[in-house]
Design a protein around this ligand. Structure first.
Ligand code: HEC
Length: 481
């Protein structure tokens, strides 16, 4: 039988790409959203293969150091960010395009490393091809692809034009006139996955498919607390598994306002922590807008000439067993509070990246006894404002709903896969104290990644359990006959 691999569901998500999962049930301003969603075949070929996240392997002793020192933790956070942002050369360099050779030397085209990562629709395409190519016997034996087959699949994905023609590819490249055009090749998708992350779904599909999502509760015991604290995988992710979630705002000549300048100074944060302000949530309405160009905020121009700027970016990496949780947000006062300690490693990346503030956590509990974490100035003030028994890290551009300015990533993500817990984590203070920030369970069903299955995701392609199970169903009947 033949399997049609559907074209990327680009363009369709414009209206949907707003109320992301951290949002439990709020919508957002109309200026936020997606024009082109995830990376399409044309752009993938121009970008080239997804690059591995350069993971470092940290020990349990390191984890303890990060848990006990806000300073060490923040250095780690900036370093993780620097690795995700490092410029990498894309496949379509100027001389490879159809245009005549330029006379003057042309600068290399680069994009930040994480911009090469896979979108959910690419995982769908690759899983479909992988599963089809296994053939009936290997499918029935629940055989998994070898390392070599996985690499070949990644290469196939990087070159395949899908339903597009060569001339469309060159026409797309000819649209690029500046750096925002180059960066626009990476689209403006919401969630993207490192190759190390995707490998897990390709090679562990039999266990993924056998996961009984409906039976999960906060009391479900994991496969093994010591070696595999998940319920839905046969092993935890490798250290090079990394995922990003981005928030983009339309920001081009047609946009009159600008980007929201969220206040994360100590006095305002303190009133969010007590719940006096916005019921402990973030509220973008009424936040002042500031004009910002590509020098101020990382910006992309898409194939339809619309422009978007990155205002918020979550990065989670499995470099620690319970992940490193980093988030950055755009600011018009970038050197204050959470931007005060920006290291040279970030400054060296060039203009826009010095306009983002950062918070990071690696544990549920705050184990640094010093509220200020040893920092002077407005950073020390801000850290003290959110200091408590549980850690704190929250992004005003991404986290939506009451109490969601009081959160810490890991507390909510511990339930990933267990959708019933998600509904209550921010609202049931008895079952999930401290706005859900503390550890509530022994097992982490989907290794902290909500992309496994969540009702809150606006994009079906980011429900990776379904990607696997639905594809397997396509073949199931024919394979038995
Ligand atoms: C109240 C719950 C909640 C909080 C708090 C939260 N998230 Fe999420 N997050 C979700 C849900 C649900 C999804 C899936 C839906 C989606 O993609 O938007 C998600 C998606 C993500 C993703 C991509 C998909 C994946 O594999 O999970 C990343 C990366 C992420 N969050 C990082 C973070 C970081 C970093 C923080 C803290 C700064 C954070 N999240 C805080 C609930 C939360």
């Amino acid at each position: 039988m033949t399997i049609k691999i559907g074209p990327a569901a680009a363009f369709l998500l414009g209206v949907l790409g707003v109320a992301a999962g951290c949002a439990l049930n709020e919508t957002d301003d109309a200026t936020e959203g997606e024009g082109e969603s995830q990376i399409r075949e044309l752009e993938r070929r121009a970008v080239g293969p997804a690059r591995a996240y350069p993971a470092e392997r940290y020990t349990d002793a390191d984890a303890e150091i990060y848990a006990k020192s806000k300073k060490a933790r923040r250095e780690l956070g900036w370093h993780v960010l620097a690795k995700a942002l490092q410029p990498v050369k894309i496949a379509a360099q100027p001389e490879t395009s159809a245009r005549p050779a330029p006379t003057a030397p042309v600068a290399e085209r680069t994009i930040p490393l994480f911009r090469t990562w896979f979108g959910g629709d690419e995982i769908d395409r690759m899983f479909a091809k992988m599963y089809g190519d296994l053939g009936k016997d290997r499918r029935l034996a629940r055989d998994v692809p070898t390392e070599r087959e996985v690499n070949a699949l990644f290469e196939w994905n990087a070159k395949s034009l899908g339903p597009n023609s060569e001339s469309e590819y060159f026409a797309r490249l000819a649209q690029i006139t500046n750096q925002q055009g180059v960066d626009g090749l990476g689209g403006n998708g919401r969630v993207a996955y490192s190759p190390g992350y995707v490998k897990q779904y390709l090679t562990d599909y039999p266990t993924i498919a056998s996961c009984k999502l409906d039976e999960l509760t906060v009391d479900s015991l994991p496969k093994s607390e010591e070696t595999n604290f998940t319920n839905c995988f046969s092993r935890e992710f490798d250290a090079d598994a990394a995922v990003i979630k981005a928030s983009w705002r339309r920001n081009d000549a047609l946009v009159t306002g600008g980007l929201p300048a969220i206040d994360t100074s100590a006095p305002t944060l303190a009133t969010r922590m007590t719940g006096e302000l916005d019921s402990g949530g973030w509220n973008l309405r009424g936040v002042p807008l500031k004009k910002a160009g590509p020098e101020d905020a990382y910006s992309v121009t898409l194939s339809d000439e619309t422009g978007y700027s990155l205002v918020g970016l979550h990065v989670m990496t499995k470099e620690l067993r319970h992940w490193v949780w980093v988030t950055v947000w755009w600011s018009d006062k970038p050197d204050e509070d959470f931007g005060q300690d920006r290291p040279d490693e970030i400054k060296a990346l060039g203009a826009p990246w010095s306009n983002y503030k950062m918070c990071v956590i690696t544990d549920f509990e705050e184990k640094d006894q010093d509220p200020r974490g040893g920092f002077e100035g407005s950073l020390g003030d801000a850290l003290a404002a959110v200091h408590g028994k549980a850690t704190w890290c929250s992004n005003g551009f991404i986290e939506k709903g009451a109490h969601n300015a009081q959160t810490n990533c890991i507390g909510c993500h511990q339930h990933a896969g267990d959708v019933k817990a998600l509904d209550r984590v921010l609202t049931d203070e008895t079952a999930f104290p401290a706005s859900g920030r503390l550890q509530n369970r022994k097992g982490f069903p989907a290794d902290y990644s909500w992309a496994f299955a969540t009702p809150a995701s606006p994009d079906q392609k980011d429900r990776l359990y379904d990607v696997v199970v639905n594809r397997m169903k396509v073949y199931a009947r024919d394979d038995i006959q």
